[in-house]
Design a binder for this molecule. Structure first.
Ligand code: FPP
Length: 256
């Protein structure tokens, strides 16, 4: 047993510590359908979705996962009815205010990624505050993708690299995968091991397009507000049964 494993809390007996993913990402889909099934307004689904996300974050932290990335708002989500967009922006702001102290206590490092400049100013201020107050935390890195699009992320990396070439600081043949990754929002975060999507949709929906290259994908029919600890546990059992070959013939004996 390693020193780190001793700190794990309520670790499920059927999981292997040495085969845990380092980085899990989640597409939290099905909030609207969950609400509709109950005759509730869609926003109630988003509210319940926050509880599911909090449970997931706690499980990841307790079970030694280094990074959790959640897709909260895509660049396409602006196309939703104005009142739903407003509700979501206000919800993000309120959650940040309510949860910040707990995240500090629990040593969570919160980060937002996406085109944040286009978000309402009051939300940007909360984001800056939360990121600033948790940036030196050494626990789980929790990244919230907000006004995020995978294509947009790749394009902004290309622009930043092109600028370096234009300035003469970089030669085109020096551009390799490692340099490119340094210009993605996820720079410094472990490779994405497991992408989870709820509500049964078989799509990546413009999320982490570069990072998903060799990730395992787990899709469940469960709607996001019902994605609880047991469901995450099932996803991890399933993940640990996969044979990850990274395009080769045998699984690497040591993980990257
Ligand atoms: C997709 O369900 C869900 C969203 C667009 C919002 C998810 C956001 C949260 C759960 C809040 C997270 C907040 C923070 C600050 C971390 P949907 O509305 O597309 O569901 P549907 O497909 O059933 O309509």
């Amino acid at each position: 047993m390693t020193a780190k494993s001793i700190l794990l809390k309520d670790f499920p007996a059927d999981l292997r510590i040495d085969r845990m993913p380092k980085h899990v990402a989640v597409i939290m889909d099905g909030n609207g359908r969950w609400a509709k099934q109950r005759g509730l307004p869609r926003i109630m689904g988003h509210r319940k979705g926050v509880d599911a996300l909090k449970t997931l974050l706690r499980c990841c932290r307790d079970w030694g996962i280094e990074a959790l990335t959640a897709y909260a708002f895509s660049t396409e989500n602006w196309g939703r009815p104005l009142e739903e967009v407003d509700f979501l922006m206000t919800l993000f702001e309120r959650i940040l205010r309510q949860e910040l102290e707990e995240m500090i206590e629990e040593n969570v490092q919160i980060q937002f990624m996406g085109n944040l400049a286009a978000l309402p100013e009051s939300l940007r201020l909360e984001i800056d505050r939360a990121m600033g107050k948790t940036q030196s935390n050494q626990g789980i890195k929790f990244t919230v993708a907000t006004n995020y699009g995978g294509r947009q992320e790749i394009l902004q990396a290309c622009r930043a690299i092109a600028l370096q070439v234009q300035k003469g600081n970089l030669q085109p043949d020096e551009i390799d995968e490692s340099l490119f990754e340094q210009h993605l929002y996820t720079a410094g975060t472990p490779e994405l091991d497991l992408l989870i999507r709820s509500s049964g949709e078989m799509r990546v929906s413009n999320f982490l397009l570069w990072q998903v290259a060799y990730s395992e994908i787990y899709i469940t029919d469960t709607l996001w507000p019902d994605f609880h600890r047991d469901e995450f546990h099932r996803a991890l059992v399933n993940y640990q049964q996969r044979d990850r070959r990274f395009g080769k013939l045998e699984s690497p004996s040591t993980k990257r």
